[in-house]
Design a protein around this ligand. Sequence first.
Ligand code: SF4
Ligand code: SF4
Length: 162
Amino acid sequence: MDPRLLVAISSSAPSDRATAPPGPAPMLAQVAYEPPNPNGEPKACANCFLWVRSASCLIHDRKIRVGAQAWCSHHIFGQPHNDWEPHNIRPVDPKLSGLRRAPGGVACDGCTFYEPVALEGGLCFGTTDGAGGPGRVEAKGACARHTPIRIGMPSAPPMEPR
Ligand code: SF4
Ligand code: SF4
């Protein structure tokens, strides 16, 4: 991580940032924070190891259509699969994984909790560093708490069954 991110800056939040829910903020490890993709792309099913190019996800129910421009908090960077791989795992509940449409992909620099410090990263007011300050994150990282910055826009509709 860029050492400039270790410099503490103002903890006052801009007025357009979403208000964090009451109670102690979680630490990055508690929100499944994932560092940036090695290629720097925002995170999406199209660059997830668990995606199947015929629009399925190996860990969700095969009947749920998952397009290339969707995302969930279980994202793992890697080459998607060309075909479905039979397995015996119990499908993940999309309500718990946060599966949703995410045009353009997901990254901290598109999250309402993000405050840039440098080009490479900044502060996350949706998490804590464990010492009373905000979490320190990378611009193209992401976590389960990602909240799109498009304030006032309706949320993307839920994924449709096939
Ligand atoms: S739904 Fe989640 S786990 Fe499945 S392919 Fe998309 S990002 Fe990966
Ligand atoms: S800025 Fe948003 S996506 Fe990034 S760690 Fe914080 S809450 Fe998660």
